[in-house]
Design a protein around this ligand. Structure first.
Ligand SMILES: NC(=O)c1ccc[n+]([C@@H]2O[C@H](COP(=O)([O-])OP(=O)(O)OC[C@H]3O[C@@H](n4cnc5c(N)ncnc54)[C@H](O)[C@@H]3O)[C@@H](O)[C@H]2O)c1
Length: 373
């Protein structure tokens, strides 16, 4: 029997790759997506979406859209979200949290039989993540203060003694969201787990690290070092990084993420659990810059750090992926591969260009990007 899957946000980056894999495995797929700008232009479905997919254009904040989209559906990937670093705090909660409440509300109210909801959460919910102080042991430091960042003291310090901290892999155990996006994502996940258990709707939270690969929208350049560095590198450089560029990041290939998504859909051991989905390798932003420079064939392109920073940003983070590995998933893609796949795809897009400069000045005007020499 074919299983009918709804993918919200299916016209986007992670959703579309997940759909490719679902179709390959014989599922029938429907998308619920509002084709919002700047990710989409002119309200058109991107040409990478197969014509075999059923499409409902609608907003996850609209209950009627959920009712149409959920008709005759067996399982849901809930990936539609408002993202990035802008200070319109309420939008994060309207789209991500209220949207999720409407999903469960519709399922319960309509008496729908949904076998599973897999929802996109984020590594962002860990804030600064897990560290160790030589004297005070395991620590989860708070967000860095405006004063600390103004003084360019980039690394978090021990909350007890203000001493040096060593970075550890962050497991699923301790959550500490530091910005509106992260708070909305964690609220969404909690809602899914609590309502899912109460109404017997198996739910899984997928805490992706930074996902990379083809189809990541370059029209939205508020975040994402891959698209920003790609635009800058293809324009001849230099690459501009926040802080000192030594931030440790955790990049995971989108094909690995799609495999993880389908794996938890099909495995009952995943039900009512949250999983880190990361690349398992620490890469600094400066190292990422070198990978990009090599990939565009101009290894001399430099990463320039002018001391600008994003207020509320995480300094370092690396996810402990042992729970996903425990159910049989391992990341196979490399950062180099993701960069290559992105460049190949982006350069074929007719409107690929520099969207990063305007995004950065917007964020500066809004007070999200601060500092500088
Ligand atoms: N890309 C990453 O690095 C990353 C990391 C962690 C978590 N996530 C999460 O993964 C999910 C997918 O992210 P992505 O990178 O594919 O993003 P994306 O922007 O490429 O895709 C999101 C899709 O959701 C749609 N959408 C947005 N608002 C909507 C609304 N109100 N109603 C209906 N549709 C709406 C957009 O039109 C878009 O097609 C999101 O929930 C995101 O928070 C992404």
């Amino acid at each position: 029997m074919t299983t009918n899957i709804l993918v919200t946000g299916g016209a986007g980056f992670i959703g579309s790759h997940t759909i490719d894999l679902l179709l390959e495995r014989g599922y029938k797929v429907r998308i619920l997506d509002n084709l919002a700008s700047p990710v989409h232009v002119g309200g058109n479905l991107p040409d990478y979406i197969s014509t075999d997919v059923d499409f409902v254009r609608g907003d996850v904040r609209d209950k009627d859209a959920w009712k149409s989209a959920l008709d005759n559906i067996d399982s849901v990937f809930h990936l539609a979200a408002y993202q990035d670093y802008l200070p319109d705090f309420s939008t994060f909660f309207h789209v991500n949290t209220v949207g999720t409440a409407l999903l469960y509300e519709t399922i319960v109210e309509q008496g729908l039989s949904i076998s599973k909801v897999v929802m996109a959460s984020s590594q962002a919910i860990y804030g600064e993540g897990k560290y160790e102080c030589e004297v005070h042991g395991i620590q989860y430091p708070p967000s860095r203060s405006a004063q600390q960042l103004e003084e360019k003291r980039w690394d978090p310090v021990c909350p007890v003694c203000a001493g040096k901290l060593g970075l550890l892999d962050t497991s699923e155990m301790h959550v500490s969201p530091h910005n509106s996006y992260a708070m909305s994502k964690y609220t969404q996940e909690m809602m899914g787990m609590v309502l899912g258990r109460r109404y017997n709707i198996p739910t899984v939270g997928m805490r992706y690290s930074i996902v990379q690969g083809a189809r990541q929208s370059f029209r939205n350049a508020y975040s994402g070092v891959l698209r920003i560095f790609a635009m800058q590198a293809l324009a001849g450089g230099p690459l501009t990084a926040y802080e000192d560029g030594d931030q440790i990041r955790d990049y995971v290939n989108v094909i690995d993420v799609a495999r993880a998504n389908v794996m938890v859909l099909e495995d009952v051991r995943a039900d009512f659990r949250s999983f880190n989905v990361g690349g398992g390798r620490k890469v600094t932003v400066n190292q990422f810059g070198s990978i990009m420079a090599e990939a565009v064939g101009v290894p001399d392109i430099k990463v320039v750090c002018e001391g600008e920073y994003r207020f509320g940003d995480t300094r370092h983070i690396i996810s402990d992926i042992s729970q996903m590995v425990g159910i049989g998933w391992v990341p196979e893609g490399t950062v180099e591969m993701s960069v290559q796949e992105y460049l190949e795809w982006a350069q074929k897009q007719s409107d690929f260009g520099d969207y990063a400069t305007a995004a950065r000045s917007d964020m500066r005007a809004l007070g999200t990007v601060r500092g500088g020499t």
